[in-house]
Design a protein around this ligand. Structure first.
Ligand code: FMN
Length: 394
């Protein structure tokens, strides 16, 4: 049997992913003053042990002001390197590749956790027990324009601060390398700081960082250059974009930007959408399977760069079809891998991959292999045929 493309290794620069299954960055709200806890190792570790090729740790903030909520991971100081290394060591022990997303929440900083409302954090006496630096956490943005009526007006960054921030991203990349990460992703999507520079809605600066499209792209381009200067040539660099933000920035601009980024050493565009307004939420327009795949397809074809598809990719055959049709090079499985951390192993079984349990540790892979060979007429509890069969019963 020919191996499904999903389980064909992919080499980018000097890093080889054992398969094309990626765990996208997913915030865990579990850090303490920016430091990772056991939760982060266990969470990332279970996906690595479950067979994914690349596990990308959540948006980790390049400066304190950039934290979205209480519990964000930080990388703004060298003190974060050793605790983060514990995560990368464990992921590598499972033969998966550890990645990390660098981020800054911009005008959407200082928010409450999603299950507590998700809007701006209220300054209450109870909060003061947890947040001892409320003023230092004041949201900043390219311009003093609020995300929406319910959000505070951010402070516009001074030109010198923008330059400092570019360097902060570079320093964060240096620390990510020291912590043992092998793939770095820059968060340029979802209405956070980088995206706020790209969008005309949130960027009305009159200096070289605002106005024309090339000026609005300048911050991300300078960040990319600062990062590439400190992130080894041998290691891949990804950028996540809201390829379509439903508020003026779309696939054509994204493809133009992707070409520029490729020339600056970016290897993969991770194709997401939305987030710059409440009307275009990050996870809001998800009315169908693979809803963001056309964005990946567009960037891949028009910018001649590798892409990662993400968004309601749930079934193995669905993922395989996207790769076979040349619409992406990597498949990110987000919430479904929260549902089934062994998704990669499960998908391999359903796609008839010859060496299903190769990617999982023998501690459980051996026993599942024996059960699969002997059969006993049983199927795993997750068993169903795939997307087509699911559609018949929807
Ligand atoms: C709990 C949770 C946390 C997330 N945190 C991040 C994040 O830190 N950075 C990011 O770019 N996207 C984040 N996302 C978005 C996911 O990476 C992904 O793009 C999205 O969930 C759509 O894919 P899915 O339909 O497979 O879940 C998060 C999503 C979830 C569910």
């Amino acid at each position: 049997m020919t191996e499904p493309l999903l389980f064909t290794p992919l080499s980018i620069r000097d890093v080889t992913l054992r398969n094309r299954v990626v765990v996208p960055p997913m915030h865990q709200y579990s850090a303490v003053k920016g430091f990772p806890t056991d939760w982060h190792t266990v969470n990332a570790g279970k996906f690595a042990a479950g067979g994914a090729g690349l596990v990308i740790v959540e948006s980790t903030k390049v400066e304190r002001r950039g934290c979205g909520t209480i519990g964000d991971l930080g990388i703004w100081d060298d003190a974060f390197v050793v605790p983060l290394k514990r995560i990368t060591d464990f992921i590598k022990q499972q033969n998966a590749v550890p990645g990390i997303q660098l981020g800054h929440s911009g005008r959407k900083a200082r928010a409450s956790r999603p299950w507590e409302g998700g809007g701006p954090l209220r300054h209450t006496p109870e909060i003061e027990a947890e947040v001892t630096d409320w003023d230092a956490w004041t949201p900043v943005a390219p311009s003093a324009i609020a995300h929406s009526d319910k959000w505070p007006v951010p402070r516009a960054l001074e030109r010198g601060e923008v330059k400092d921030l570019v360097q902060a991203w570079g320093e964060a990349a240096r620390r990510a390398h020291a912590a043992g990460f092998e793939v770095l992703e820059l968060h340029g999507a979802h209405g956070y700081l980088v995206h706020e520079f790209l969008s005309e809605l949130s960027n009305q600066r009159t200096d070289e960082y605002g106005g024309s499209e090339p000026n609005r792209m300048r911050f991300l381009i300078e960040v990319t250059e600062a990062v590439r200067a400190r992130w080894p040539e041998t290691k891949p660099l990804f950028v996540r974009l809201s390829v379509e933000d439903h508020a003026g920035w779309g696939p054509e601009s994204s493809a133009r930007l992707a070409k520029i980024l490729k020339a600056r050493g970016v290897d993969v565009i991770d194709c997401s959408s939305g987030g710059i307004t409440d009307q275009a939420p990050i996870l809001g327009n998800e009315i169908k399977y693979s809803y963001q795949v056309p964005l990946s397809d567009h960037v891949r074809k028009h910018a001649d760069i590798m892409t990662m598809a993400v968004g309601l990719i749930i079934h193995g055959d669905q993922a395989e079809e996207i790769l076979q049709n040349g619409k992406a090079d990597l498949i990110a499985v987000g919430r479904e891998i929260l549902n089934n951390p062994n998704w990669a192993m499960d998908a391999a079984l359903k796609l008839g991959d010859g060496s299903v349990f190769r990617n999982v540790p023998p501690q459980f892979g051996y026993w599942l292999g024996v059960r699969a060979r002997r059969g006993f007429g049983t199927k795993p509890s997750t068993w169903q045929i795939g997307l087509e069969e699911t559609r018949k019963v929807l």
